[in-house]
Design a protein. Structure first.
Length: 116
């Protein structure tokens, strides 16, 4: 069983920055596709960013491209999401996701609120 624990969510002003972290248990982390999703109140969960097992390939939603950066440290079983130039519309609960084969794992989420 893989457990994911997100951290780093906070209240930040527009234009500010945050770094989210997702720590995973288990040795399969380094084999997994890792991603970040978010869900705003009243909206469906949406894709934000993902990174392949080696860190050599990344993908981003158009809404965050150029502002967010996903990275991973396989030695620490951790995936990160650096968020810059935050906007009020980035306010959401952010979830970490790991995919390996047919298995799909989710964290409990961390709240990011962008407001003045």
């Amino acid at each position: 069983q893989v457990q994911l624990v997100e951290s780093g969510g906070d209240l930040v002003q527009p234009g500010g920055s945050l770094r989210l972290s997702c720590a995973a248990s288990g040795s399969i982390f380094r084999l997994a596709l890792a991603g970040w999703y978010r869900q705003a109140p009243g909206k469906e969960r949406e894709f934000v960013a993902r990174i392949n097992w080696s860190g050599g390939s990344t993908a981003y939603a158009d809404s965050v491209k150029g502002r967010f950066t996903v990275s991973r440290d396989n030695a620490k079983n951790t995936v990160y999401l650096r968020m810059d130039s935050l906007k009020p519309e980035d306010t959401a609960v952010y979830y970490c996701n790991l995919q390996i084969g047919t298995y799909d794992y989710w964290g409990q989420g961390t709240q990011v609120t962008v407001s003045s």
